[in-house]
Ligand binder design. Structure first.
Ligand code: AMP
Length: 113
């Protein structure tokens, strides 16, 4: 299945990439909700967090490690940041390709709404 984030991962669609490995790419959100708003995305198409199984264990670990790496390179690791995965309609997911939002650079509120 091909989608907008597959096209970004393949370099077909432009994006502001801040981190990349063989299986993970991270780029700035086009509509940032915070001073730092980066999407951490597996290059492999996965519809969302609800469909992962044990075959995804390695890539899920790499996604989390990438998010922490980007928090450091974006300068928000010290003051704190938030990682968010939206799943499905009620979860607010609008792009059907698994991604972690890394949000930082301002005080986060809770509950997130
Ligand atoms: P979600 O609503 O959790 O599925 O998050 C999707 C995110 O992708 C939103 O925050 C959008 O602003 C962002 N987005 C959509 N298209 C692009 C794009 N071409 N480049 C960067 N971010 C995008």
């Amino acid at each position: 299945m091909r989608c907008i984030f597959c096209d970004i991962a393949a370099g077909i669609l432009p994006s502001e990439v801040v981190f990349e490995t063989d299986d993970v790419i991270a780029f700035r959100d086009i509509n940032p909700a915070a001073p730092v708003h980066v999407l951490v995305v597996p290059k492999e198409h996965i519809d969302g967090i609800a469909v992962v199984d044990q075959t995804h264990t390695a890539v899920l670990g790499r996604l989390m490690l990438a998010a922490v790496e980007v928090s450091k390179s974006e300068g928000v690791a010290g003051d704190g940041f938030r990682l968010v995965i939206n799943q499905g309609r009620e979860g607010g997911q609008t792009v059907g390709h698994l991604h972690i939002h890394l949000l930082g650079g301002r005080q986060m509120r809770w509950p997130s709404g």
